[in-house]
Ligand binder design. Structure first.
Ligand code: SAM
Length: 321
């Protein structure tokens, strides 16, 4: 990497590589390769003979990952695309089944800090927030075109923001809103300068609304649901691992429920006396409770503070052919 290349400090790096149980000669997917930090550690631990396929929908991130992972030559394949297509991507590259898959969700420091992407309210720039610059919907379209009820519902559901109605009303009253700065100041005028009442007083008043709009622009939760199922089907067999690092409770809840569902032998309603579901456990939760970053890591890299890492392991021979 060049000296001026953007940096993204990989979150819970040791825990992620340990969670994947990387072994020499293994085959791994980094579904959110970003700037290649986790990928570099994974492919290094998989030598000799290991291979890695990295996916990202952001071409700027892939260019940097490509430079960083170049020393590993043909052992690394990088593919631009959404991770909901993980099964098709792996199959078309002859990269299935696999021994481990990592998801490090959310945005990278590159995306937050790169001028013109519109992810951050720390700078005033066009409202964009697309991880894939060719995606159809931008934050500006959601902010300026959704009706007030739909906007409030989105801010409530994806931001878990209790003041969603007040914020939606203020946004609609100030349209058109074309920049991150204008959006942040509309929110501040609606709810004041304080964080969320009763919790998270340290948050900027716009944090949860920006999170909600970003999740909607990038269809983050739908992508995660589809990708978890597909990734499950790609695991090579007993011992293959799924590792997910999430950054807010909406993601972590989905991961927890997915792992829990596939770790159970019966999913019949609790009051039903006889099992009729025929469901069989295919995963084992390696982490019953999510791992959290150490205090030292959070002090070094505040972005890690909300990270939760969960690991599940296949307990069956391969599911999908
Ligand atoms: C937190 S960063 C990953 C950082 C990476 N682990 C590293 O060490 O540099 C998340 C990355 O995942 C990508 N991403 C998020 N959702 C995605 C999706 N649905 N499909 C493909 N890439 C996605 C983002 O573009 C971003 O580059």
């Amino acid at each position: 990497m060049t000296a001026s290349a953007p940096r993204h400090e990989p979150v819970m790096l040791r825990e992620a590589v340990d969670g994947l149980a990387v072994r020499p000669g293994g085959r791994y997917v980094d579904a959110t390769v970003g700037l290649g930090g986790h990928a570099a550690a994974t492919i290094a631990a998989a030598q000799p003979g290991g291979r890695l396929l990295g996916i990202d929908r952001d071409p700027n991130a892939l260019a940097i990952a490509g430079e960083r992972l170049a020393p590993f030559g043909d052992a690394v394949i990088l593919v631009r695309g959404p991770f909901e297509d993980i099964a098709a991507i792996c199959t078309s590259h002859g990269f299935a089944p696999v021994d481990g898959i990592l998801f490090d969700l959310g945005v990278s420091s590159l995306q937050l800090e790169q001028a013109g992407r519109g992810f951050s309210f720390q700078r005033d720039e066009p409202l964009d927030m697309r991880m894939d610059p060719n995606a159809e919907v931008t934050a500006a379209e959601i902010v300026n075109e959704y009706d007030e009820r739909r906007l409030a519902a989105l801010i409530y559901e994806y931001g878990e923001e209790p003041r969603s109605r007040r914020i939606a009303r203020a946004i609609v009253a100030r349209r058109p809103i074309l920049t991150t700065g204008a959006l942040a100041s509309a929110i501040e005028q609606a709810v004041g300068r304080h964080g969320v009442p009763g919790r998270r007083h340290t948050l900027h008043p716009a944090t949860l609304t920006f999170q909600a709009i970003r999740i909607a622009v990038n269809r983050e939760l739908e992508q995660l649901d589809t990708a978890l199922s597909a990734a499950h089907g790609l695991l090579a067999g007993a011992g293959a691992r799924l590792v997910v690092i999430s950054f807010h409770s909406l993601e972590d809840r989905r991961v927890k429920e997915f792992f829990r569902l596939h770790s159970r032998d019966c999913i019949c309603p609790p009051r039903q006396p006889v099992c009729t579901c025929d469901h069989r456990a295919t995963l084992r939760e390696v982490t019953r409770k999510p791992l959290r970053p150490t205090d030292a890591e959070v002090a070094r890299n505040p972005r890690a503070r909300s990270a939760r890492l969960r690991v599940a392991e296949s307990i069956v021979e391969r599911l999908a052919a």
